[in-house]
Design a protein around this ligand. Structure first.
Ligand SMILES: [Fe+2]
Ligand SMILES: [Fe+2]
Length: 282
C-alpha cells in the first residue's frame, strides 16, 4: 500500500479511551468516514454533467491514495479493526466499489462498514428509502450483504452497526438493537447520522444551516415514515448500560459530546480531509 507523505503531515487527533469490563486485552479501533470517493467512468449514465463541471467535495489527492492512506495509517498504528462510518463513496459507481474492494482485500485488518447517505445516490438523484433499496445491492460486497444492521465481536467487544442513512430506523432494526442490548456485552454502536445532542445541534446548524441529525427535537418527518422506532432507538442508545459510545459521522467536522453522562458520541473530521479517530477500548 502506498501513502502520500502529505497525508501524514496532519496532526494526530487525541486518542479516545473507553473503559470496558471483560476484554481479553486493549483494543485499538481506527475509525474514519466521509471519504466521498469519486472513482467513476466518464460515461457513467447516472453522473450528471452539472456535478462533473463542479465536483464537490474536491478530493485532495487521488481516490486510491486517499483510501490507501487511511488503511495504511490504521495498519501502521496497530488497529485491530478498521471501522468506516459511511459516505465511503460520493456515489455508488462500479469503479468506486471495485477500488474499495481491491484495497480492503489487500489490507491485513478487517474493514467493517455501515452505509452513509452518499453511498447510495448520485448527485441530483431524488429519493430516500426506495432509492436506497434500489441502489444498495450495488454495494453488497462492501457490507458483506448486511447493510441494514449487523453485530460483530472482536476480543470481547461487540460492534453494532445500524444504517440510519435516511435519518430513520425501522422496527426491524430497533428490534435487533433491543435484542442485542439485552445481552451484557460491552458495545460500541456505529451509525452514519449522529444522534442529536445540544452542542452538536448548535454546531451543525451553524455549519449546515439545519440540524442534519437523527431524532432531532425539531422532528424531521417524511410521509409514510413512522418516527417512533427512531426515537425508541435513541432512548436505547442513551439508556443502555452496554453501550460505551456511539460512533457517527456525516457532519464533516470533528466533534465529541456525551449522549448521557460518561457516554460519548464520537465524530471524526471528514475522511476526505484526512480525518479519523483512534479509539482505544481497555
Ligand atoms: Fe459525508
Ligand atoms: Fe452523509
Amino acid at each position: 500500500m502506498t501513502t502520500d507523505p502529505q497525508t501524514h503531515s496532519q496532526p494526530d487527533p487525541a486518542q479516545d479511551h473507553l473503559l470496558a469490563k471483560g476484554l481479553c486485552r486493549p483494543l485499538h479501533l481506527y475509525y474514519f468516514a466521509d471519504t466521498h470517493l469519486q472513482q467513476v467512468a466518464d460515461n457513467d449514465p447516472l453522473l450528471s454533467d452539472a456535478w462533473k463541471e463542479n465536483p464537490v467535495p474536491n478530493l485532495p489527492c487521488s481516490n486510491s491514495t486517499l483510501l490507501a492512506s487511511h488503511l495504511d495509517r490504521a495498519v501502521t498504528g496497530g488497529a485491530d479493526i478498521i471501522l468506516c462510518g459511511g459516505d465511503l463513496f460520493h456515489f455508488p459507481s462500479a469503479e468506486n466499489v471495485a477500488l474499495a474492494l481491491r484495497l480492503f482485500g489487500a489490507c491485513p485488518r478487517p474493514v467493517w462498514c455501515v452505509p452513509g447517505n452518499h453511498d447510495w445516490f448520485y448527485p441530483g438523484q431524488d429519493g430516500w428509502e426506495d432509492l436506497r433499496a434500489s441502489m444498495l445491492p450495488r454495494l453488497e460486497k462492501i457490507y458483506r450483504g448486511q447493510a441494514s444492521y449487523w453485530s460483530r465481536s472482536v476480543q470481547g467487544l461487540r460492534v453494532i452497526a445500524l444504517d440510519n442513512s435516511t435519518y430513520f430506523l425501522d422496527t426491524e432494526q430497533v428490534s435487533f438493537l433491543d435484542r442485542e442490548l439485552a445481552e451484557d456485552v460491552p458495545t460500541v454502536v456505529m451509525m452514519h447520522i449522529p444522534l442529536s445532542t445540544p452542542a452538536l445541534r448548535d454546531a451543525t446548524v451553524a455549519k449546515h444551516g439545519q440540524a442534519i441529525l437523527m431524532a432531532d427535537a425539531a422532528g424531521r418527518t417524511r410521509a409514510g415514515i413512522d418516527p417512533g422506532p427512531t426515537r425508541h432507538a435513541a432512548g436505547l442508545l442513551r439508556d443502555s448500560a452496554q453501550v460505551l459510545a456511539v460512533l457517527s459521522a456525516h457532519v464533516h467536522f470533528p466533534f465529541q459530546e456525551d449522549i448521557t453522562p460518561g457516554k460519548p458520541q464520537l465524530i471524526p473530521e471528514a475522511g476526505y480531509r484526512h480525518g479519523y479517530r483512534w479509539i482505544v477500548v481497555e
